[in-house]
Design a protein around this ligand. Sequence first.
Ligand code: ADP
Length: 626
Amino acid sequence: MAIKQFKTESKRLLDLMANSIYTNKDIFLRELISNASDALDKRHYLSLTNTDIKADDPHIDIEVDRKERLIVIKDNGIGMNKEDLENNLGTIAKSGSLDFKKELDEKSEVDIIGQFGVGFYSAFMVADRIDVISKKIGEDKAYEWISENEEGYEIKSAKKDDYGTIITLHIKPKSKEFDFDQYLSSDNLQILIKKYSDYIRYPIRMDVEITKATSEEGKSETSIENKTINSMIPLWKKNKKEIKEEEYDEFYMQNYYDYNKPLKTLHYSVEGNTSYTALLFIPSKAPYNYYTTDYKLGLKLYSKGVFIKDEANELISDYFKFVRGLIDSDDLNLNISREILQQDYQMNQIKKSLDKRIKNTLEKMLKDEREKYETFFEAFGAQLKYGAYEDYGKNKDVLIDLLMFKSSYEDKYTTLKEYVSRMKEDQKEIFYAVGESVEKIKEMPQIERVLDKGYEVLYFLDNVDEFMASILNNYEDHIFKSINKGDLDLDSKEEKEQNLKENEENKDILDAIKEVLKDDVKEVRLSNRLKSHPVCLVSDDNLSIEMEKVLKDLNQGSNIKANKILEINPDHELFKSLKKVYDNKEAIDDYAKVLYDQALLIAGLEIKDPLNYTKLVTELMIKAMN
Ligand code: ADP
């Protein structure tokens, strides 16, 4: 009998399958089991309307023959007749094939196979020959379909007593590139079944070696038992009321590789255009690599209980990517041979709904379970802030009320809403200070006076904080204002006038200091900002000194510099002494340099010439001691 050719696009696909090296080959088993399950569904459906048709004892049996290198998958489903074999397995020219052809042209082919699988054809990733023997329900004859490669297939009569399908895969020989032998291990196949097909509604049975201890001490005996490998009911399909919290915790820890229990579990179903069930977890701790590019999203996609893919990042916004769990939707048509176009719409629907659900959950947690929320925020707060900052603040409205900061009010987290509710009547701006730790911020020269005025200061401790504040600009019309900004407008009218006068009276010495420091500073001035400290550095445009530091941390080569203003405390003894020196016409160069370097050190910036700095300080000390 002549070998029939596969249709052109089938050929291309087969070629792709047979030679693909990147694709996750494991999925072939899931695809074949899924087909068997569909066939059992169809038989069951027929039995409902036709009393002649029985659908008792539906099952899928899997056998391995290591020696002959065979995997056999048997089902007692609807089966296929000659035409079915010809039409279903000889070509993929079905509903979605045109879309599919387009996809193939667009280089994304490997991705597509990896993510969605392409049904029956995926078996060619692991097998160099496939035999399908099938007998369709209600018919007398059985047929065999054989294909040894992408060139073609043949169909001939066969013998089979009962209805259903037997698929035999001839597993490829082990090669340098890939160890196909792994698919001949019964243990490994069981793992794959558990991983990908645990929730198939029909029993997937295998002969399993069982070792039992015997009554005789130290001895055991091995027997073969036919066992159902899959659990058949997924946790998320069980009735919520019947699930214990430990079951959720256990499920989470087993499936998402976390030693800690989840902080929050969400289990719900949505009915509508795109119905789905979600089982989601918010972890209690950030994985060690969370804030790196190595982090992998722990969100899985199932369709009708069949595992489709890991890392389903199209289902959730980036700023919620800490969420783990799964989505199971009966409405998704994920197989490429069907409609591929619909997916985007459906996936988007789910994403919107999921984002909203998580936002609401977090809001509720913040309101009702403050302590829990703080634990969450410790782990993933920086992610939310980054989310508010990203894309020029596109998502700020979603996230802003979920943000918290430590503040001078009490050593606890506060939300922006809470901050604003405590603002003084005359206060227009939201003050913040940037620093490495609460302790360091408390020691900042600039903070004393702001606090003395009775204003609350937010502590910006994460790198992203100030960048985010500059993108957000304001909260409820209150501008975010750094206490390090040049134009911090705290003074009363009298104080301002006094300051202006002092600056004028001391213009010469200030100019002289600026002369020494040259372009390192934009300006040298006396300020009311300081209370007990002699000097500080501030900046008065959008790029702050703290931002300069972050940029430098991110990229050591960064040469981006903030415009710096050296502010001197006119009431400090140091300035008074400096004035004496200047009035006596002595050189103030060394003093000016030391002063500036000190201001740099307090601001946490590097000084240009540490050797010169220590030399100068040493000289001044010797002078003072003599
Ligand atoms: P899909 O499952 O997306 O339709 P496949 O390439 O996996 O694509 O399968 C093609 C068709 O072959 C199926 O739609 C089904 O009609 C038929 N088929 C595959 N496996 C079986 C089986 N075990 N029993 C009956 N029919 C099957």
